[in-house]
Design a binder for this molecule. Structure first.
Ligand code: ATP
Ligand code: MG
Length: 164
């Protein structure tokens, strides 16, 4: 489905802001203009829901979650970062494995199956993208993913004032 990506992200964050129980603040940093991606909206919603849920799960009271979108030529990069417990360097690549969870005791308490990021990786790669994690232990975590822009008619990649 051809999707206005920023609007799509805004809707997801709005939903989290309306239902959140913890004292967590969302910051949005979006580029101006309209950018279209060709995605399966249900699947990408599931991916972003899991990344934000993880960020909330591992954040302290009063933590800030930043949702930022960057444009780069014909690709769009999304970064969702938190100020939570972080992931030790040696475990970073494993969080995308099925059923992998960093700290069993901690994770059991917080619930989940360890499938969220494995599914995210499958879905992002199926849409021609990439996903990776960056983290500092006790500082926070950032999940990045890249999706190809839908070049659409005219092939300019972006679809703002010029396409009217
Ligand atoms: P599920 O998503 O299936 O409910 P889960 O959240 O434990 O379970 P994933 O989303 O795949 O599984 O995440 C895998 C593991 O990576 C988590 O158990 C956690 O240890 C670690 N992790 C993921 N996101 C973060 C984060 N933002 N901060 C700290 N650790 C994280
Ligand atoms: Mg999860």
């Amino acid at each position: 489905q051809r999707t206005d990506y920023i609007k799509f992200c805004e809707n997801i964050i709005d939903r989290f802001e309306m239902t959140k129980r913890q004292n967590i603040q969302f910051i949005r940093k979006f580029p101006r203009g309209r950018f279209y991606v060709l995605i399966d909206r249900d699947k990408l919603t599931q991916v972003i829901d899991n990344i934000i849920s993880n960020a909330i799960k591992y954040s302290p009271e009063g933590g800030i979650i930043t949702f930022q979108v960057f444009m780069k030529k014909n690709r769009i990069r999304t970064m969702i970062s938190d100020q939570g417990v972080g992931i030790p360097k040696e475990n970073l690549s494993k969080v995308f494995d099925r059923f992998y969870r960093v700290d069993r005791a901690r994770s059991r308490k917080l619930g989940g199956t360890g499938l969220g990021l494995a599914i995210a990786k499958e879905m992002i790669e199926a849409q021609g993208g990439e996903i990776w994690a960056e983290s500092e232990w006790n500082q926070g975590t950032a999940i990045h993913f890249i999706l190809p822009l839908d070049q659409g008619k005219g092939g300019a990649g972006r679809n703002d004032a010029r396409s009217i």
